[in-house]
Write a protein that binds this ligand. Structure first.
Ligand code: ATP
Length: 244
């Protein structure tokens, strides 16, 4: 399943690196970086990856399931990553729709799914995951919201190697299963880790603000929101969610 693994000392972004290469004919190709100089989040946001502080991982794969089926992939990846971190003893980790790993209300990691291809050819999907293992306090200057790392959550945090192995073990089988079965196998897991279900939230979509109560996700991974005017479904594309 793992076609090739490249460990880089420094790169702009492991997702960008993965997208510069074609997806392997079979299985996944993976990249790890000790440091990213231009790590990225959604919509051009920056993702800070100080040297040797994080597991910054990207997996690249052919995807034959069609673009429409990909909406839930970052949720499935979140569930698998949260389970892997639980397995390492980090029991406080939870998920914030659509793509954040949180603990104690602070961001522990993030997921970025990117695609390349056209309607005619096969799609390449790149799944990027950054998990903070032990960040220097100076990372504050680079990160615009409360963050945390495994070192601050656990008395005896696992090594980056252990985190990396656990994440690869969880994510390598996920891609093939997702292609076959979609989000369904991860929906129970999502419910277990969903930090905002039942809570008042504010959804930001560009200049648009929607207040409501988060009700979990539908079968495709869209957020169900109860608002004054009834229940509505929100798609991850442009949206950011905040506890209200
Ligand atoms: P949000 O997470 O605010 O809902 P988003 O999902 O669009 O929005 P992401 O793309 O997941 O955000 O992540 C980018 C944001 O994550 C940055 O704007 C920054 O605030 C924060 N961030 C950047 N680097 C780190 C890091 N190493 N650890 C935790 N948070 C980080």
């Amino acid at each position: 399943e793992l076609a090739q693994l490249d460990v880089l000392f420094e790169t702009d972004s492991t997702n960008a690196e993965a997208l510069r290469h074609p997806a392997p004919a079979r299985g996944s190709r993976a990249w790890l970086a000790e440091r990213q100089t231009a790590g990225r989040g959604r919509r051009g946001r920056d993702w800070a990856t100080p040297l040797a502080a994080q597991v910054a991982l990207s997996l690249s794969r052919r995807f034959d399931g069609g673009i429409a089926a990909l909406q839930g992939l970052s949720l499935a990846v979140g569930v698998a990553a949260a389970e892997a971190l639980h397995g390492l003893g980090c029991t406080e980790v939870g998920l914030k729709w659509p793509n954040d790993l949180l603990a104690r209300g602070r961001k522990l990691g993030g997921i970025l799914v990117e695609l390349r291809g056209d309607a005619a050819g096969p799609l390449q999907v790149v799944v990027g995951l950054g998990v903070n293992v032990s960040l220097p306090a100076s990372a504050d200057a680079e990160i615009s919201q409360p963050w945390c790392d495994l070192a601050s959550l656990m008395p005896a945090p696992p090594s980056r190697q252990a985190v990396c192995v656990a994440l690869l073990d969880a994510l390598l089988p996920l891609m093939a299963r997702y292609e076959r079965d979609g989000l369904a196998p991860w929906l129970d897991g999502w419910r277990r880790f969903d930090l905002l279900a039942g809570h008042p939230v504010r959804l930001l979509e560009g200049a648009h603000v929607i207040d409501g109560v988060a009700l979990g996700v539908d079968a495709d991974g869209a957020l169900r929101l109860r608002t004054e005017t009834g229940e509505r479904l929100c798609h991850a594309g442009e949206a950011s969610l905040r506890a209200a």
